[in-house]
Design a protein. Structure first.
Length: 158
């Protein structure tokens, strides 16, 4: 299904913002352009919500999470960047693995099964997209989803 990425991400942002604010965090959205991507809206929302859930869960209060949508060549990049605790570089290769959690002892504190990112990766790949991560311990983490821009004519008819 052709989806206008701005409208789509804005809608998720509007919902998620309240959850962030209620927990003393901030969520910001930067989207400069109007592009179309081919996604299953329900599944794609699940991807974004999982990444936002992590951003919230692994950040201290008052931190700012930014959703950024941009175009690079023919790709649409959607990134979710937090100011959280970061992920140690030795753990980075494993975080998309099922049931993998960086700090087992913190599992009681934060909850979760270590399933979120494995599902995210599967869903992104089912959309013919890729997901990458950059992280610095103590500074924050940025997940970037890359999708091909869609030029389906249907998306331009209202
Ligand atoms: P679930 O998503 O099933 O509730 P989870 O959040 O622990 O549990 P994943 O979302 O798969 O599982 O993440 C795997 C691990 O990667 C997490 O346990 C955490 O250690 C680390 N991680 C994921 N996202 C972040 C982030 N934004 N900042 C810091 N660490 C993260
Ligand atoms: Mg998670």
């Amino acid at each position: 299904q052709s989806v206008r990425v701005n409208d789509f991400v804005s809608t998720i942002y509007d919902k998620a913002r309240h959850v962030f604010l209620a927990q003393g965090h901030q969520l910001e959205l930067y989207c400069r352009g109007d592009w179309t991507v081919e996604v299953d809206p329900r599944r794609f929302e699940q991807i974004i919500l999982n990444l936002l859930d992590n951003a919230l869960k692994y950040s201290a209060e008052h931190s700012v999470t930014k959703i950024n949508v941009e175009k690079q060549n023919d790709d649409i990049l959607i990134s979710i960047k937090d100011e959280g605790q970061g992920i140690p570089s030795e753990d980075l290769p494993y975080i998309f693995t099922r049931l993998y959690r960086v700090d087992k002892s913190r599992s009681r504190l934060t909850g979760g099964f270590g399933l979120g990112l494995s599902i995210v990766k599967e869903l992104v790949e089912a959309h013919n997209g890729t997901i990458s991560v950059e992280s610095q311990l103590g500074t924050g983490t940025c997940f970037t989803i890359r999708l091909k821009e869609s030029f389906d004519e249907d998306s331009f008819t209202h």
